[in-house]
Write a protein that binds this ligand. Structure first.
Ligand code: GUN
Ligand code: ZN
Length: 408
């Protein structure tokens, strides 16, 4: 074995989650990233001279994090419609089924035009990267060429991605961009299409993404469309679409029996609180999902949700949890630390990528955000609750620095 060469060394404070602690703060530590983009070591700062001898880096190579800086893992958006970015925030006045027919389907039809697709997809990849989303699980549209283009753009700008051409599978040749089998949702798929997609997913060990139990009208519609199935969850189960590589968005109205099926199959829920409030779909009880040991990540669900920022998804998750506590004082509100975990390690678990990303563990890929709590205005104007993409000064994916963009 040739020893790995060290590409980056950071010294300072690192904040991440572990299976045991929602937040673990590693202070005065040194983290080395090898030339494959993997975390090679994390050690106490005192050992830096012997570390530099073992790993062969100059102590002058170390990027010293400042007093107001830390590294955190890149965030995982477990559910985002890249194709809906073009109208985010402009169409939030209808419930789901009318909203789809009125706004979503006409806009998505435009993606047969590759120039239009290139414009929007470039913007959504850059915007989410700048906001710290190192991994995105995307819905594209039914158009093969535009979906392939989204994969190409994610690769070019350096975002890890699962890209779903809605309703069908396609192949990918990028190391960090993979296809995801994407039946839009049960009401827009025939039983034979769902079965075929289940077979493709299982034969090729592919991820699966879809929507489930987002609003009550949709749940009723599924009952009439699939009378032979016991529940919405049973529809996907019967078509072999629930695996440990499946992530289903929303789940606001899932019953405890349905959550039990999620746990047994290892399928995950993507919680999209901005969307759920914006189009009045429902309020997912995340605490109840976690109590059922179901994997859960956060999603922006652009454009049911109006913000492409995972920090916004974290804030809305807290808000929804507090609203549930107002309704029922017995409800145990999610803590900030728990929500931080959901945005990072939880998302990686939901996508079954936690062997590769999600926190700072030796051997995992270095997907990280350099956060400076004091930019742009310095300590005097420091209001920690007001953080946004300006506080994310660098973004790394698989060891590669992808923000600031090379062209800026
Ligand atoms: N259910 C089926 N399609 C969609 C979609 O595009 N957005 C949301 N929020 N729900 C859906
Ligand atoms: Zn969605």
């Amino acid at each position: 074995d040739t020893p790995a060469r060290i590409a980056h060394v950071f010294s300072g404070t690192f904040v991440h989650s572990t299976p045991r602690a929602a937040v673990e703060i590693l202070q005065n530590c040194v983290l080395g990233v090898d030339d494959k983009g993997k975390i090679a070591f994390i050690e106490k700062h005192q050992d830096v001279v012997s570390l530099s001898e073992i790993w062969g880096f100059e102590t002058s190579d170390i990027r010293q994090l400042g007093q107001y800086e830390f590294l955190m893992p890149g965030m995982v958006d477990t559910h985002i419609h890249a194709s809906q970015y073009s109208y985010a925030g402009t169409a939030l006045d209808l419930p789901l089924l009318e909203w789809l027919n009125t706004y979503t389907f006409p806009v998505e039809a435009k993606y047969k035009d590759l120039d239009f697709a290139n414009d929007v997809y470039t913007k959504v990849v850059r915007r989410t990267l700048k906001n710290g989303t190192t991994t995105a699980c995307y819905f594209a549209t039914i158009h093969t060429d535009a979906s392939l283009l989204l994969g190409e753009l994610a690769d070019r700008f350096g975002q890890r991605a699962l890209v779903g051409k809605v309703c069908m599978d396609y192949n990918s040749a990028y190391p960090n961009v993979k296809p995801v089998v994407t039946p839009r949702f049960a009401p827009s798929c025939s039983s034979s299409l769902l079965s075929e997609l289940g077979e493709i997913a299982n034969n090729n060990k592919l991820h699966v993404q879809s929507h489930i139990s987002e609003n009550k009208e949709e749940v009723e519609l599924v009952k009439t469309l699939f009378p032979g199935c016991k529940s919405y969850t049973d529809v996907y189960l019967k078509h072999n679409l629930l695996t440990d590589r499946t992530v289903m968005a929303h789940g606001c109205h899932l019953t405890d029996e349905e959550l039990e099926i999620f746990r047994e199959t290892g399928s995950a829920v993507s919680h999209c609180p901005n969307s759920n409030i914006s189009i009045c779909s429902g309020m997912l009880n995340v605490r109840n999902v976690l109590n059922h040991n179901v994997k859960l990540g956060l999603g922006t669900d652009v454009a049911g949700g109006y913000s492409p920022s995972m920090l916004d998804a974290m804030r809305r998750t807290l808000d929804t949890s507090k609203a549930l506590t107002i309704q029922d004082p017995q409800h145990k509100t999610l803590s900030f630390e728990e929500v931080f975990r959901l945005a990072t390690l939880g998302g990686s678990e939901a996508l079954s990528l936690d062997d590769q990303i999600g926190n700072f563990v030796v051997g995992k890929d270095f997907d990280a955000l350099r956060v400076n709590v004091c930019v742009p205005d310095g300590p005097i104007d420091l209001f920690p609750g007001e953080g946004d993409d300006r506080n994310i000064t660098e973004v790394y994916m698989a060891g590669r620095r992808v923000v600031p963009f090379p062209d800026t």
